[in-house]
Design a protein around this ligand. Structure first.
Ligand code: C5P
Length: 223
């Protein structure tokens, strides 16, 4: 499909998820949370006791894992992994770490390509991840890269988890986030980095609404 795509890449806690959802809602476009796919595979591998050092076994797991997105009655997005509502478990930092580990495997990334392309449907798609603008939708008309200081990203994740009733230590969360970003940025395949033509927005100290407005302005200006 040649529907327009807006890619929003960046590290964990940069505000990608919230901002991408709001922008998609405003534009009336579809939304792809690609991180949820890697998280789902990490979780399914853990459930099934797959050896994370066995690349072929993890790739096979990625190919057989069924992932479905659906909003609940209150309009809250839920994610089902092999038929089970895994929304809350998917958000845990332990799942994020598992996702980052399996996401470094080329076979796992290849297994998830078609699923991501299928989200490109009229009237358009907002795609959130690490390699949306560089690898998955290189022809996207609109590309944004969000950043924020590590301290602020850890605080945002901390607040998100607290809101979900999950209590974690802020300092250890900061350490985990820095380690995960380092792994994502330094891996050989599809590393976290802005596409050359991406608009880079530093969201440190900036409210969600202001960032949403800047992203929408980028789209309305024609990329
Ligand atoms: O965005 P989120 O924190 O949910 O992503 C979880 C992990 O999945 C990331 O740390 C990264 O390793 C991996 N990921 C990826 N490519 C994407 C999206 C996520 O490698 N497009």
């Amino acid at each position: 499909s040649s529907s327009p795509v807006l890619t929003i890449d960046g590290p964990s806690g940069s505000g990608k998820g919230t901002i991408s959802r709001r922008v998609a809602e405003t534009l009336g476009w579809h939304y792809l949370d690609s991180g949820a796919l890697y998280r789902a595979v990490g979780l399914a591998a853990a459930w099934e006791g797959v050896d994370l050092d066995d690349d072929e076994a993890v790739e096979a797991c990625a190919r057989r894992t069924r992932i479905r997105f659906a909003d609940d009655a209150a309009g809250e997005p839920r994610v089902f992994v092999n038929g089970q509502d895994a929304t809350d478990e998917l958000r845990l930092e332990t799942t994020g770490a598992a996702a980052s580990s399996i996401a470094a495997k080329p076979g796992v990334r290849a297994a998830l390509v078609d699923m991501q392309h299928d989200f490109r449907q009229p009237p358009g798609l907002v795609a959130d991840g690490r390699d949306m603008g560089t690898v998955i939708f290189p022809d996207a008309a609109f590309k944004v890269f969000l950043t924020a200081s590590a301290a602020e990203r850890a605080e945002r994740r901390h607040k998100q988890l607290m809101d979900k009733g999950v209590s974690v230590n802020l300092d250890s969360l900061l350490g985990e986030i820095i380690a995960r970003d380092e792994r994502d940025a330094n891996r050989a395949v599809a590393p976290l980095k802005p596409a050359p033509e991406a608009v880079i927005i530093d969201t440190t100290g900036i409210g969600i609404e202001a960032v949403v407005a800047r992203v929408l302005a980028h789209v309305h200006e024609g990329g």
